[in-house]
Design a protein around this ligand. Structure first.
Ligand SMILES: Nc1ncnc2c1ncn2[C@@H]1O[C@H](COP(=O)(O)OP(=O)(O)OP(=O)(O)O)[C@@H](O)[C@H]1O
Length: 944
């Protein structure tokens, strides 16, 4: 038979095993005939279909309360026991939250989502809650252990019944399940303080206490799942490893030494010895065998074999090459379990079983296995178990009166598993190797959950189908409801398969750290446990081996049937900080992990080729589905996170932008204000600070000095100055960057305030050099200093020009600028005042009205404001009182278009007069013509 055929044969045999075993799991014992019939059938519906049906049945239950569904089962079956252990809050582990788990009784707890009370949530519903888990759920367990539960009490309630069963010849399985840092390793192995020994050391203590004086010297040893084989001197057991002989070549430091130094193994003190002794049948002799395997990255490794040390120089700088080979899972032959009419499970081929003669020896072996486990699987993450540690204790017993033949031996086994922590890779920021580890851990735990779920659904279906009254139990009816239990999808479930499908007690310990932030992960763990409690296993019976020739060790397989295996290299550096006199040193390990050999076995009958192909197809598709679900979940989580990050980034960016805009607005307003103050300084409306006289003021002063007009102030000129001065100073006490700086800064101001608008800039320049662009009556100051208008008195350069006649940009900008809210706005210049010649310039100022109007207009003052102010001043100076109502009843609008609207408004408002720039301009021109420009031109001179 070639390799392919042999491998097909294995698969075929496996299929037979699985197909029948899952049926066996789901059928109560009284219907054994039905079971046998079903076991012969290969027609099994896919798990998904069955799942849909089962979920439809359970839909009506309250999602907030998870309680065990009562599945009728007979006395031959036992439900899986689930114990909850709540980890205490440990100072210094970073958790500073209130626990989200509340004990309601010895068997129930309530789990409340901590983010429910998050301040960022609305009325109890978290804002960004990604979790699909219910916010409050009640879970039921076989027993709940509070945080202060002690190890002896915990061991007595959870494990002691299994140890008793082991001594009585029954199989048992116990596993600790939970997220990282929840206390699984503490539960299984124990802590470093007194009386903190965990389940493993206590189990061996109780076993050896109980069999003391009853140990026999057997010529057989356990093999495969429940089989026996001759314990020959040439077998691998003759070179059983120990910590003492665990050494590398002479020039190398002892690896055991390095490991012990690096990973301070828990010191098991005498006080940690569990004194419990169980009563056993003293007519038997016993031997105890130990094996320790780990499932790491979906490969199974033996932790009790001597690691092959090779290479490396004489110094520690040379890497030590450590090689270990993965072990394969193989289906156990039916002869290993003659009582069973169905198939038996799978065993780890080539796993070392070491005979231990005392509790001390057993603990030493366990310590060695733990060291290996941490070196090979967890070194880069030494605080966390990244592999599933599987310790199996096998007990052989034989009646003292019987011959030493294997047919008189009874075997039983107890498997104790410390599962790796279930966690999301995104929580651990894992990448590369770590990500692969996390993926494989999650995969195996997920598959375990799926197996539990499918078994539960199968059992429920069968129980319902067979329990229905007046209904014939037909094999076809039963098999229709059964789904494939996906044990083969992970190595872990392959190892556990036999306990679920065969006979044995299953106990599950759920470890939970209620201070942990992983509420979702813990919810999943709790959900898993509540499902598992509904699953029943076949109650164990004592097993007696049938007569027959024991098999040779698996190592004696046909070498030609092996397929070449791949190997994976990893570099590991162990840093030793040096204890006592020893100095700091580093040891490099070059770890090589070889894949298992796939060997053919001829003792299995091949199945029908079509059935084989169909099974393969189903498995391939299920695997694909599973992988795509995993990928989908990871991608979804990543996308959600990315979207959140992007949103946060955008919000931050917007905040920055708004802050910048706000700042520039503030600066702009400040500059406007300063410019206005500057103008007022220039017009002399407010007092000047000698030290801060800007060029414009200087120019104004110069004008003052060379054109000495009447010094006579207006009637209330000085008080007006004071008032404005006070107003200005109380409005802005800060010295403005532009205050008093004159032309240049005003220009800059124009630039920045008007966003580098060239037109605007021009407007401001015009503003700053008013006379050069003055109309025909313009007054060019630069032409002749001496020809000041005030001297001749014949020509008045100050002609008030309406805003509309100025460059459009200036007006437009002035219109768009927000007008400052002055306490006392200046009154406008009215046509009637102009006609009446009542308008006069303030004598103290040499600035022309047009200049000022333009300056202010350019800097954002509305054009109607300026004349108001100036007119008011003029009127004050001429002692003509103008009623305030009259001023208020005038509306000045910038253009004719707008005036249409205003006309409408006027109609509504009654008598209010509406002035537009054009109308003012027209009126001015008419007036100028009719009165030869007398009235307006004299405004600048202030005669009167
Ligand atoms: N019941 C307990 N009493 C006191 N300390 C505890 C208890 N349970 C856990 N601890 C402590 O909590 C820490 C984490 O526990 P442990 O290493 O057992 O978690 P774990 O679930 O095995 O984590 P991982 O899966 O990452 O290996 C350890 O320091 C352990 O000593």
């Amino acid at each position: 038979m070639n390799t392919r055929t042999k491998s097909t044969a294995i698969k075929a045999s496996t299929r037979t095993t699985r197909a029948t075993s899952q049926l066996q799991t789901s059928i109560p014992a009284p219907t054994r005939s039905v079971r046998t019939a079903i076991a012969k059938s290969s027609h099994v519906i896919p798990a998904q279909l069955s799942e849909k049906k089962s979920s439809a049945v359970t839909k009506k239950t309250d999602p907030r309360v998870t309680t065990a569904t009562v599945i009728p089962h007979d006395i031959d079956r036992e439900p899986i026991k689930a114990f909850l252990r709540i980890r205490p809050d440990i100072a210094g582990d970073g958790s500073r939250r209130a626990p989200y788990l509340e004990s309601l009784s010895d068997t129930t707890v309530r789990m409340i989502d901590p983010s429910r009370d998050d301040p960022h949530s609305y009325s109890g519903i978290p804002r960004f809650r990604l979790s699909a888990a219910p916010t409050s759920t009640i879970y039921t367990f076989t027993h709940v252990f509070p945080p202060n539960a002690q190890q002896p009490e915990f061991f007595a309630k959870t494990t002691l019944p299994l140890v008793r069963g082991l001594l009585d010849g029954e199989d048992g399985l116990l596993f600790a399940y939970g997220v990282s840092n929840s206390g699984k390793t503490y539960t299984m192995q124990g802590g470093s303080h007194e009386s903190s020994a965990g389940i493993l050391p206590r189990t061996v203590d109780v076993l050896f206490n109980s069999i003391e004086g009853l140990q026999g010297s057997s010529k057989y040893r356990p093999a495969r799942l429940n089989g026996l084989e001759l314990n020959s001197a040439s077998s691998i057991f003759s070179r059983a490893p120990s910590l003492d002989n665990f050494a590398l070549p002479a020039q190398q430091p002892a690896l055991g030494d390095i490991l012990t130094e690096h990973f301070e193994s828990p010191v098991v003190s005498e006080a940690d010895h569990d004194p419990t002794t169980l009563k056993i049948d003293r007519n038997y002799e016993y031997s105890i065998w130990l094996s320790y395997a780990e499932v790491y990255n979906e490969k199974i490794y033996d932790l009790l074999t001597n690691v092959e040390g090779d290479g490396g120089g004489s110094s520690r700088s040379q890497p030590i090459l450590l090689t270990r080979k993965a072990l394969a899972m193989k289906p156990a032959p039916p002869s290993d379990n003659p009582d069973s009419d169905g198939p038996v499970g799978k065993y780890i081929s080539g796993l070392t079983h070491v005979r231990v003669n005392s509790a001390k020896e057993a603990k030493k072996m366990i310590t060695l296995g733990q060291l290996h486990r941490r070196v090979f699987g967890t070194l880069a993450n030494s605080q966390s178990s990244r592999s599933h540690g599987v310790v199996t204790i096998k007990l052989l017993r034989k009646h003292r009166g019987e011959r030493d033949e294997h047919s008189f031996y009874m075997t039983s086994r107890l498997t104790l598993i410390d599962l790796a922590g279930s966690e999301r890779s995104k929580n651990t920021q894992a990448t590369g190797e770590r990500l692969k580890e996390a993926g494989n851990i999650n995969k195996s735990l997920m598959v375990l959950g799926q197996c539990i779920e499918v078994m539960r659904a199968n059992q429920k279906r069968v129980a319902q189908s067979l329990g229905a009254q007046n209904q014939r139990s037909d094999t076809r009816d039963v098999k229709r409801y059964l789904a494939v239990v996906p044990f083969r999808h992970s190595k872990l479930t392959e190892i556990l398969m036999d306990y679920f499908t065969g006979e044995g007690r299953v106990t599950m310990i759920i470890n939970i750290n209620p201070y942990d932030t992983g509420f979702d992960e813990n919810s999943n763990v709790m959900k898993f446990s509540s499902l598992a409690r509904d699953v029943t296993t076949v109650a164990p019976t004592q097993r007696v081996l049938q007569a027959g020739r024991a098999k040779v060790p698996a190592t004696a397989g046909n070498p030609q049937s092996k397929t070449p295996s791949e190997s994976h290299h990893r570099k590991v550096v162990i840093s030793t900080s040096g204890r006592g006199e020893r100095k700091f040193s580093e040891t490099q390990l070059d770890v090589v992990e070889e894949d298992e050999d796939i060997e053919g076995e001829s003792d299995e009958e091949p199945l029908n080729g079509l059935v084989e192909a169909l099974f393969d197809e189903i498995e391939r598709l299920q695997l694909q589905l599973f992988e795509s679900e995993m990928r989908g979940a990871v991608v979804e989580a990543e996308i959600r996170e990315e979207v959140m990050r992007e949103m946060e980034g955008r919000i931050r960016e917007m905040e920055k932008r708004f802050a910048r805009r706000l700042m520039s607005e503030v600066e702009l307003n400040e500059m406007r204000m300063d410019a206005k103050i500057d103008m007022l300084h220039r017009t002399g409306l407010i007092g000047k600070t000698p030290s801060k006289v800007g060029p414009l003021e200087q120019r104004s002063n110069e004008c003052n000095s060379r054109a000495p007009v009447s010094e006579e102030p207006g009637v209330d000129g000085s008080s007006e100055d004071d008032r404005v001065n006070n107003l200005t100073s109380h409005r802005s006490r800060a010295v403005s960057p532009l205050a008093g700086r004159g032309k240049v800064q005003a220009k800059d101001l124009g630039r920045s305030a008007l966003h580098s608008n060239n037109e605007t800039e021009m407007g401001i320049q015009e503003n700053l050099s008013p006379h050069t662009e003055e109309g025909e009556d313009g007054f060019d100051e630069t032409d002749d200093e001496g020809s000041a208008t005030t001297e001749t008195g014949s020509e008045d350069p100050d002609v008030w020009v309406p805003a509309s006649s100025r460059p459009s940009s200036t007006v437009a900008i002035a219109q768009n600028m927000p007008s400052p809210q002055l306490e006392q706005a200046p009154p406008p210049i009215f046509e009637k005042d102009v006609k009446a010649g009542r308008v006069r310039a303030r004598p103290s100022s040499q600035m022309s009205v047009s200049e000022l109007a333009r300056d202010l207009g350019d800097l954002g003052l509305r054009n109607e404001r300026i004349p108001r102010r100036l007119t008011r001043h003029t009127r004050q100076s001429t002692r003509t009182s103008v009623a305030e109502e009259e001023e208020e009843s005038i509306i000045v609008v910038p253009n004719a278009k707008a005036s249409d609207g205003q006309k409408k408004k006027k109609r509504q408002l009654g008598k209010k007069q509406v002035y537009t720039d054009e109308s003012i301009e027209r009126a001015t021109e008419q007036l100028a013509k009719s009165e030869s420009g007398r009235g307006i031109r004299r405004m600048g001179r202030g005669s009167g």
